[in-house]
Design a protein around this ligand. Structure first.
Ligand SMILES: NC(=O)c1ccc[n+]([C@@H]2O[C@H](COP(=O)([O-])OP(=O)(O)OC[C@H]3O[C@@H](n4cnc5c(N)ncnc54)[C@H](OP(=O)(O)O)[C@@H]3O)[C@@H](O)[C@H]2O)c1
Length: 338
């Protein structure tokens, strides 16, 4: 692929997650990294030296607006702190940039509506960065469901956790209204991955949380009712052993995806069983979902295709998160319909 057929990317923020996304942009077949910016002097250059040491040609700005004013940057990857996502997505859209924003897209559904309106007006593409969805293991799970072996899907249990290390404690320094805590950091995966298996919208959500002094949740558990006896159980925490898994129970059997947070080189494992006595463990080839996410979004921009993860999807996820936060804070079930 010639350079003129590649999407030119800039990275807005010298965040830790660049450890995964910067190499993904560098390695993607249809992408080219042209710039990174940070508000901290030298931090962009340092990130480049760390994660793309061979790319001396990439510009490193000490000013986020300088990157947004760079006409060579056509798409922005936005890994800023959660409460900054909506504001900086707007700023990027205003400069005519396409935006891949880290999860969560925004902290309110109204913010996502405004982003969608702005993106339509400027004719740019915006996608929420749920990288896990680009791993082929979830398509394999959908294939197994479509084959009918587990019958009709009735419930999903999505469990995500890890023991918070001191270096990551900043994730607990903001309260939930400012995007801090486990709900916005990892609960968004639990809710997003569970939603994948229901075709009706959520009706109610009921949650309980444990909070730390700042008002951030450090552990949350709950149930989403999708109507007709279909439920999703979510459980996520910064205070438990590392897990990123979901289990689907149907009328005739079940499927488990053992590790959603795949790192390059990990072997994905899916197991399924039926009441009739079949059991199967499938080991899939490793895939880099970070690179696949970048290649997908680049393809959407280059060929004017709709991103697989729509802003309507981001809004539906956000509405459940906000309702779950309210449920946990007020100790009652929250209605989502209407
Ligand atoms: N998809 C995934 O697998 C994944 C994994 C982890 C996180 N995330 C998401 O990615 C986003 C970033 O998360 P993160 O944990 O990587 O964030 P982070 O390291 O805290 O960085 C967030 C922002 O804070 C600033 N910053 C970074 N280090 C700093 C420091 N030492 N002192 C002051 N400011 C600093 C950076 O902006 P400046 O460079 O402008 O200062 C950066 O853009 C979040 O939205 C998170 O939800 C996604």
């Amino acid at each position: 692929m010639s350079d003129s057929e590649k999407l030119k990317w800039g990275i807005l923020g010298a965040a830790r997650i660049n450890e995964r996304l910067m190499p993904a942009i560098v390695e993607a077949a249809n992408a080219e990294l042209v710039a990174i910016a940070s508000r901290r002097a030298g931090a962009g250059a340092q990130t480049l030296a760390q994660y793309a040491p061979d790319r001396n040609d990439v510009r490193a700005y000490d000013d986020l607006d300088a990157l947004l004013n760079d006409s060579d940057v056509h798409a922005v990857y936005l890994p800023m702190a959660n409460h900054e996502h909506a504001e900086w997505t707007h700023r990027a859209i205003d400069r005519g940039k396409h935006v891949l924003c880290e999860k969560p897209m925004a902290l309110t559904a109204a913010d996502i509506d405004a982003i969608q309106a702005a993106a339509r007006k400027r004719n740019v593409k915006v996608m929420e960065g749920f990288m896990y969805r680009f791993h082929p293991q979830h398509e394999r799970v959908q294939e197994i469901i479509r084959s009918g072996v587990i019958g009709e899907v009735k419930s999903v249990r999505a469990t995500y956790s890890f023991m918070m290390r001191p270096a990551r404690l900043y994730r607990l320094q903001e309260n939930t209204a400012r995007g801090g805590g486990a709900m916005w950091d990892i609960g968004c995966y639990a809710i997003h991955s569970a939603r994948m298996f229901f075709d009706s919208p959520a009706v109610t959500v009921t949650a309980v949380s444990k909070y730390v002094e700042s008002g951030a949740d450090s552990a949350t558990s709950g149930i989403i009712d999708f109507g007709g006896g279909k439920f999703a159980h979510f459980d996520f925490s910064f205070e438990r052993a590392r897990r990123s898994e979901y289990e689907i129970i149907g009328t005739k059997g079940g499927i488990k995806c053992h590790t959603v947070w795949q790192l390059p080189g990990d072997i994905p494992v899916i197991s399924w069983w039926t009441e009739a006595g079949q059991t199967c463990e499938e080991r899939l080839p490793p895939s880099n979902h970070f690179r696949l996410e970048i290649e997908h979004f680049s393809d959407c921009v280059l060929n004017n295709l709709p991103p697989r993860l729509s802003l309507d999807d981001a809004k539906a996820n956000c509405e459940i998160i906000v309702a779950a936060l309210k449920s946990a804070a007020e100790g009652k079930t929250v209605n989502l319909s209407g």
